[in-house]
Every structure is written in C-alpha cells, then in structure tokens.
Design a protein. Structure first.
Length: 274
C-alpha cells in the first residue's frame, strides 16, 4: 500500500498566461497544452473507475486499499481542478479543445461494462502519465517557464503522478483482472493516447499560426527524438508494461520524491480526500 498525501498547490491560477508560456517555444507549449486539455475529463474517469473498482472488492481487500484509494482520488481531483483553470486560459487564447469531447464520447461506450475494463484503462493511462512525468522531472528545462507558477504546476503534477502510479494497477490485480486484458487495453490506449496527443498538438499549432514554421518542427524533433527526447527516453519504460511480471514500483520514482522534498514550500499537505 502507498501512502498518498493530498497537497494544495500554492499558486495563483487566476492570472493570465502567455501564449508561448513554455520558454517561448511554440511546439512545447502546444504539446503541454494538449495534454492539459485531456486532464479534467481523463482524471474524472480515473477517479470514477478506481472508486467503482474499489466498491466491488471484498471487504478484506477494501480495508487494504481504502486509505490509498482516498489519497489517489484527492490527488487526481486537485489535478483536475487546477488544469481546468489552466484550460480556461487556453480558451481565452483562442485554442479549441477537441480532445475532451472525443474522449467523453468514447468513455460512454464503457457504461454497463465489467468495471475491471475501466480500471485496466486507468492503469494503462497512469503508466503513460508516470513515464511522461518521470521524463519531465529528469528534463525539467523542457517544461520550464518564465512564469514560475506554471513550472511549479507541471512538475508538482508530475511528482504526484509518479507517486500514485501503482494504485489503479494494484486494484486491477486485486480484482483478478487478467494479464491478457491488461495488455489488450494497454495496446489500445497506446494508439488512442498517441493519436489524440498528436491531433490536439497539431490543432493547437494551427490555431496559433506556428504549425508550418521551421523553428516549430526543429523543436519537435529535439523534444521528441533528440538525445533527451520524450520518445527516445520513454520507449523502454513504456515497453516494460508488457511483461507479465511487471509492476509500476519497479520503475524509479526518486526524481518525484526529490522534487517534493526540495519544493515543500510550494504546497501544503491537506490529507486524503474521502
């Protein structure tokens, strides 16, 4: 069981944000904006799936997961709220969130299905967010902003995603979900997640007027495929999920814990949410 602390981030998300808030870089700004657009809908789904899976566990297993489940819900609810505020600024900048409505339509297809499917989908998505979070924490300059509160927002979020990366996975195991379905959903989520990220990032760049600039594509190549690029560094941890004996705790979480320890002045602990 993982002890999860719910934290209140000490940043003001009401103040406007710059169009190219991520170091003046159009591509990285568009990429992270795209990810943020998916968070409110996605994190509500994660909350619901973990809660529903928890409710179907026998009493003795519920006792094991109750505290962790409440911490997971509290952390994800806080992420959802702050990124909803962040996304309001994107609306004012003229960006259009096409990812969230598309995701909402897909999620309706799961209504009435075995709750283990939703938990498996959540576990797969949590693996994606955990490996991306680890990449951000190890390469913090890629998400650095002249607006310190935005750098804090993304690195705090990354640290907590790494911190709770095992919750949905372990609940799926406790529900006796099969390895075959875990991998089936992981492969599906890989295709969906990468496709949605690409579509929304391109849409953001198109609306920003920077899609066809050489500097945009140069940044994309470096950010994704360079020596410290996301795809280059994330491929191995992504692939490890396919192993039958895989567990998220096998992957290093020390950058997350180090960030939380070194930046304790950026948040206050409020406990676990019910």
């Amino acid at each position: 069981m993982t002890a999860l602390v719910v934290r209140r981030l000490l940043v003001d998300m009401e103040a406007p944000i710059a169009r190219h808030w991520c170091g003046g870089d159009a591509f990285r700004t568009a990429l992270f904006n795209a990810l943020s657009m998916s968070f409110p809908v996605g994190e509500q789904f994660f909350i619901d799936s973990v809660r529903n899976g928890f409710k179907t566990l026998p009493a003795e297993k519920q006792a094991r997961f109750r505290t962790e489940m409440h911490g997971f819900v509290g952390q994800e609810a806080t992420h959802r709220r702050l990124h909803a505020l962040f996304n309001e600024h994107l609306d004012k900048l003229g960006l259009v969130n096409q990812w969230a409505p598309r995701a909402s339509r897909r999620l309706k297809l799961l209504e009435g299905q075995d709750p283990r499917h939703a938990v498996a989908i959540t576990a797969a998505n949590e693996h994606f967010t955990a490996i991306m979070a680890d990449w951000m924490l190890r390469n913090a300059d890629f998400v650095a902003s002249d607006d310190a509160r935005l750098t804090t927002l993304w690195l705090w979020h990354s640290a907590e995603e790494s911190e709770h990366k095992s919750t949905a996975f372990e609940i799926y195991q406790a529900l006796e979900g099969t390895h075959a379905w875990r991998i089936t959903w992981f492969r599906r989520i890989t295709a969906i997640f990468l496709g949605d990220t690409l579509r929304q990032t391109v849409n953001n760049l198109r609306r920003d007027g920077t899609l066809w600039r050489w500097r945009t594509w140069k940044s994309a190549a470096s950010c994704l495929f360079g020596r410290r690029g996301l795809i280059r560094q994330a491929y191995r941890p992504w692939r490890e999920y396919l192993r039958r004996d895989f567990h998220p705790s096998q992957q290093d979480s020390s950058p997350a814990q180090r960030w939380l320890d070194e930046h304790a002045d950026r948040y206050t602990a409020v406990g676990a949410a019910a």
